[in-house]
Write a protein that binds this ligand. Structure first.
Ligand code: MTE
Ligand code: MO
Length: 304
């Protein structure tokens, strides 16, 4: 889903500001790792979940060093290198729109809404690779119920933080920022849809979308928006960053579907990070029993 590779950027496009930011970013990363070593990392108290896949998770190293988070750069190594400067405390999520009780949630409020569960989920990136990740999180439904959605709430939109001082990738125009995603209301309320605040029992590493990110395991990875600051209930289907960037390639639904090829490559198989041979991609990423009924009667070639 790369539109513009870093190697396509001409040296003339690198401004003194970029050079300045790169130096700052180097210092921020150095400071960040010192902090990590010094600070006791909060272990999250979790209960196991009946929704976990019975597959061996990828290693912490794999999960935290091969990422997509374009706000920190477009290559897989960029988020681990650059996300150290993201300030995740304090953090607020504004939940508004078609809601009887719109509200601003601090991260602490979120943790009180439901028991934190460990959910081992497959993540299938639209680029053709996959991982298995032991998330820690709560159902998104437990947050949405708090704001009392009105009868007009048919869709939910999500936005990532939009601060170029913390996110150097925002200075490039690879996407229309802030990163935006959306779900239909029934998808958002589905028990498989979670807000993740951790992985491997610890708070989320910045490169994985700290302090809170969406995870929708039956959809391509880009639907699982990171570092969320705004959630809006609305009557209309939201515009999303990837659909806006390339509507023929990335539909609103983006359910994992081996039968519908991306215009430039097949989606029939995938490479699990750490494995050599490819696997067959499963309909709805292996969650068909739980979610196929949401799309009954819809032409999934049209609503891709
Ligand atoms: N804000 C934001 N969220 C994002 C992205 C991004 O670039 N920005 N990338 C998406 C893509 S393409 C994938 S595959 C997953 C990757 O999540 P992970 O790095 O935690 O494995 O995050 C998704 N969420
Ligand atoms: Mo992705």
């Amino acid at each position: 889903m790369l539109i513009r590779r870093p190697s396509d950027v001409l040296p003339s496009e690198i401004t003194p500001r970029d050079v300045f930011l790169n130096r700052r970013q180097f210092m921020a990363t150095a400071a960040g790792s010192a902090l990590l070593a010094g600070e006791a990392v909060a272990a999250l108290k979790t209960v196991p979940s009946r929704y976990s896949a019975s597959e061996k998770p990828n290693s912490l190293k794999e999960i935290t060093s091969y990422n997509n988070f374009y706000e920190f750069g477009t290559s897989k190594e960029d988020p681990a290198a650059n996300a150290g400067r993201l300030k995740t405390k304090p953090w607020q999520i504004v939940v508004e729109g078609e809601a009887g009780k719109p509200r601003i949630f601090g991260l602490e409020d979120l943790l009180k809404l439901a028991p934190l569960e460990e959910r081992i989920y497959r993540l299938r990136c639209v680029e053709g690779w996959s991982m298995v990740i032991p998330w820690v999180g709560i159902p998104l439904s437990s947050l949405l119920k708090q704001v009392a959605p009105t009868g007009n709430a048919k869709f939910v939109s999500f936005e990532t933080l939009n601060d170029p001082k913390q996110m150097p990738g925002l200075l490039t125009r690879v996407l229309d920022w802030p990163y935006r995603e959306g779900l239909r209301m029934d998808e958002a309320m589905h028990p498989l849809t979670i807000l993740a605040v951790g992985l491997y029992g610890e708070v989320l590493p910045n490169q994985n979308g700290a302090p809170v990110r969406l995870v929708v395991p039956w959809k391509y990875g880009f639907k699982s928006i990171k570092s969320v600051v705004q959630i809006r209930l609305q009557a209309q289907q939201p515009q999303t960053s990837w659909n806006q960037a390339a509507p023929e390639e990335y539909g609103f639904y983006s359910n994992v579907n081996p039968a519908v090829a991306h215009p430039r490559w097949s989606q029939a198989s995938e490479r699990r990070i750490g494995e050599f041979f490819k696997r067959k991609t499963l309909p709805f990423n292996g969650y068909a029993d739980q979610v196929a009924s949401l799309y009954q009667g819809m032409d999934l070639k049209k609503y891709f």
